[in-house]
Design a protein around this ligand. Structure first.
Ligand code: PLP
Length: 399
C-alpha cells in the first residue's frame, strides 16, 4: 500500500513556515513547527508566563503544574516507568554530556572502555572522548547498519558503556536496539541510545528497548529548540552525582556543605527553559495526534520513492539501507555535495550538504560529504518530484 496519501497535504497545512512550492527536505537537521506548537509557545509567553517551582503566586503555581505535566507527557511518550526519570536538558548533545560527565565520572575507571559505532554523530563521540576512557568502534554492515554480530564479537567486560544511534542521521539505518541491549548487558555494560532521529519517526518504548539511557532533542520532534530530554533508569539516575551546580537543584546550601535534591531536579540547575518545555508537550501531542506508526509508514513510502527515483540515475550513489527511516543520503559523480545543495536551493529544494556532524562515518564511506534529503510529516510526492527536477538540473549543469 502506498502510504503517501492525501493526508500529508492536511499535515502540511499545519506548518505556516513552509510556503507553497518550497520543498523542505532537511527535517533531520531540524523539523519545521506546526501551528499547534507555535500557538503553545505564544500562549506560554503572551498569556501564562511565569517562572516555575519557586513562585508562591497563582500564575507561577499554574506554570509549575503545566511544566510538570509536560514531564509526565514525555514519560508516557517514551513509556518511561516514572516522570522522575525524565530530565529536561537543552538537547541531545547536553543529555549525552550530562551522562558522560556525571555517570562517567563515577563509573569509568582507568582501563575502562566505551563502545561506539562508525555512524555516530559527533555529539555521541566527543563527550565520551572527553571522559578519557578508551573508545572502540563497531563497524557497519555492507548495507550501512551497525554490525551487531561484530559488536557481539568485540564486547568485553572492560566495556562499561555502549552508546549508539537509534537511527542514523546520515544513513537512516535503524538499530536493532533490543539486540544491542542484550549484547551490552551480557558484559554488564550500560546502553545509551541517541534517539534524536528516532523519536520523530517511530514509536519509542524505552522499556521494550531495554536501554539504560535515552536522549533526544525537541527541535527535531517539531518542538522548540533549546529543549531536550535525558531518560535514565531511576536506580541509575539516583546514584548519579550532579553535574552542574546552582539554584533549583539543591536541598540545603551553606558555605561548608551543600546537599542536593533527588532526580530529576538534581540535574536541572538554574531557571529551566519553561516555555520550551510547554512547547515540547504540544509537539508530542501533535505527533501522537497523527500517530507515530502513520508517520513511520508515510516516511517509509517517501524513502522508497526517493531511493527508486535517485537510483535510476547512473551518476547517483546512494548510501544507507533500502528501508532507511526518513533519511536518504546520496552523492553524484563529479559534483561536490555543496554544489548539489546550492543548485537545489535555486530550485527551491532545501537539502543538507556536508559531513552531517559525522566525519568518521564520511571517512568510512570514502567521501568528504554527502547530500541528504530527510523527510517529515509535511513532505509528499510533490517534494520528491521537485528534488528530482533539481537533480536533473544539476546533471545538466555538470554535464
Ligand atoms: C543522531 C543525532 N544525534 C545528536 C544530535 C545533536 O542534537 P542537538 O544538536 O539537538 O543537541 C543530532 C543533531 O543533528 C543528531 O542527528
Amino acid at each position: 500500500m502506498d502510504a503517501i496519501t492525501t493526508r500529508p497535504l492536511d499535515w502540511l497545512a499545519d506548518f505556516p513556515a513552509i510556503p507553497g512550492g518550497w520543498a523542505y527536505l532537511d527535517s533531520a537537521a531540524t523539523a519545521q513547527k506546526p501551528r499547534q506548537v507555535i500557538d503553545a509557545i505564544t500562549r506560554g509567553y503572551a498569556q501564562d508566563y511565569a517562572t516555575v517551582h519557586r513562585g508562591v503566586y497563582q500564575r507561577s503555581a499554574e506554570m509549575t503544574l503545566a511544566f510538570e505535566a509536560s514531564r509526565q507527557r514525555v514519560a508516557r511518550f517514551i513509556n518511561a516507568p516514572s516522570a522522575n526519570e525524565i530530565v529536561f536538558v537543552r538537547g541531545a548533545t547536553e543529555g549525552i554530556n550530562l551522562v558522560a560527565q556525571s555517570w562517567g565520572r563515577d563509573n569509568l575507571k582507568p582501563g575502562d572502555r566505551i563502545l561506539l559505532s562508525t555512524l555516530e554523530h559527533h555529539s555521541n563521540i566527543v563527550p565520551w572522548q572527553m571522559t578519557g576512557a578508551a573508545i572502540d568502534v563497531v563497524p557497519l554492515t555492507e548495507d550501512h547498519c551497525i554490525d551487531l554480530d561484530a559488536m557481539a564479537a568485540m564486547i568485553r567486560p572492560e566495556h562499561k558503556l555502549v552508546a549508539l544511534g537509534h537511527v542514523s542521521n546520515v544513513l537512516g539505518s535503524v538499530l536493532d536496539a533490543k539486540r544491542a541491549a542484550e549484547i551490552a548487558h551480557s558484559v554488564g555494560a550500560k546502553l545509551l541510545l541517541d534517539g534524536c532521529q528516532a523519536v520523530p519517526r517511530m514509536p519509542v518504548d524505552v522499556q521494550a528497548l531495554d536501554c539504560d539511557f535515552y536522549v533526544f532533542s525537541g527541535h527535531k520532534l517539531y518542538g522548540p529548540t533549546g529543549i531536550g530530554v535525558l531518560w535514565a533508569r531511576s536506580e541509575i539516575l539516583e546514584a548519579m552525582p550532579p553535574w552542574q551546580g546552582g539554584g533549583a537543584m539543591i536541598d540545603k546550601v551553606s558555605f561548608e556543605r551543600t546537599t542536593f535534591l533527588p532526580p530529576p531536579a538534581r540535574f536541572e540547575a538554574g531557571t529551566p527553559h519553561v516555555v520550551g518545555v510547554i512547547g515540547l508537550h504540544a509537539a508530542i501531542d501533535y505527533v501522537e495526534g497523527i500517530g507515530l506508526d502513520a508517520i513511520a509508514a508515510h516516511e517509509a513510502a517517501l524513502v522508497r520513492e526517493a531511493r527508486a527515483a535517485l537510483s535510476s540515475l547512473n551518476s547517483v550513489r546512494l548510501f544507507g539501507p533500502d528501508d532507511s527511516a526518513g533519511i536518504v543520503s546520496f552523492a553524484m559523480e563529479g559534483v561536490h555535495p555543496h554544489d548539489i545543495g546550492t543548485i537545489l536551493d535555486e530550485s527551491r529544494v532545501a537539502v543538507r550538504a556536508g559531513h552531517h556532524c559525522a566525519q568518521p562515518l564520511m571517512a568510512a564511506l570514502g567521501v568528504e560529504a554527502t547530500a541528504r534529503a530527510s523527510f517529515g510529516v509535511y513532505n509528499g510526492k510533490q517534494d520528491i518530484a521537485a528534488l528530482m527536477r533539481g537533480i536533473e538540473r544539476v546533471t545538466r549543469i555538470f554535464g
